[in-house]
Write a protein that binds this ligand. Structure first.
Ligand code: NDP
Ligand code: 8X3
Length: 252
């Protein structure tokens, strides 16, 4: 029997690559995001080309009522969620705290921390009740070390790291696995979003080095999920070969 995975932020990057990979590996999928057309196209593509059934939920994760209404609307046959990939997130801007844009801060906190909490609060009770499940929280190298001008983004990812540890403690007695996956530089739409559509600025972080690709992280997620039942990977940090930590990059 297939398991069901709910992936937040599946319209691009790591979430989309994870959806594609899990669809080929015996999962049915609930995919979420704000861009409805992308969700619909991905559902169509995956249902045509893989054995997966796909359900789409279109909501802005920052809005608690939208999240609750969307998740409450799941039909009975989609209620049993075995895997939750808390992936939706973003960085907005790159500047010192003393020059920071408060709207950017709020967007990051509302998406990366509060959005993750809203979704988790709805999905975890079912896992606890069934005494099974696996939550994968996408944190970052930025959740392990702070880099200059990363301040609030780093703070949100440190928060994800703390929530990951909290979930592990609180869910271990119910047989629910919890893992944080902490990627380094990964070339997705992340940088374009951070720099608000400025393509030149978005390319700069990857100059003279090969970043990770979204599929690299999707493969790690599948590896984590495929461990035997008695094994839990608590956290995993994955960087490009050229990235030593959150802020030291070797460039050719
Ligand atoms: P992308 O920008 O390519 O994808 C981000 C995804 O998050 C999109 O599907 C987007 O969907 C969704 N999302 C963003 N805001 C919202 C919102 N308000 N409501 C619902 N969905 C939202 O970036 P990545 O794939 O790189 O990022 C995925 C995760 O990985 C993030 O948590 C990021 O912080 C983390 N990460 C990324 C790294 C990188 O270098 N790329 C490194 C380490 C961690 P839509 O816009 O359609 O709503
Ligand atoms: C994303 C990686 O280093 O751009 O979490 O913050 S970084």
């Amino acid at each position: 029997m297939k398991n069901t995975a709910l992936i937040t932020g599946a319209t691009a990057g790591i979430g989309e690559a994870t959806a594609r990979l899990l669809a080929k590996n015996n999962y049915n999928l609930i995919i979420t995001g704000r861009r409805k057309e992308r969700l619909d196209n991905l559902k169509k593509e995956l249902e045509e080309n893989t054995p997966a059934k796909v359900f789409t939920l279109n909501f802005d994760i920052r809005h608690r009522r939208e999240v609750e209404t969307a998740l409450d609307s799941l039909p009975d046959e989609w209620q049993k969620i075995d895997v939750l990939v808390n992936n939706a997130g973003l960085a907005a801007g790159l500047s010192s705290l003393y020059e920071g844009d408060i709207d950017d801060w709020e967007q990051m906190i509302d998406t990366n921390v509060k959005g993750l909490l809203y979704v988790s609060r709805k999905i975890l009770p079912g896992m606890v009740e069934r005494r099974s499940g696996h939550v994968i929280n996408i944190s970052s190298t930025a959740g392990k070390e702070v880099y200059a001008n990363g301040n609030v983004y780093c703070a949100t990812k440190f928060a994800v790291d703390a929530l990951n540890k909290a979930m592990r403690l609180e869910l271990v007695d119910y047989g629910v696995k919890v893992t944080s996956v902490n990627p380094g530089f990964t070339e997705t739409e992340f940088s374009l979003v951070r720099f608000k559509g400025d393509k030149e600025k978005a390319k700069a972080p990857y100059a003279g080095m090969e970043p990770l690709h979204a599929i690299d992280i999707a493969e790690v997620i599948l590896f984590v999920l495929n461990r035997p039942d008695h094994v839990n990977i608590n956290e995993i940090i994955v960087t490009p070969k050229a990235q030593a930590n959150a802020f030291y990059i070797h460039r050719e």
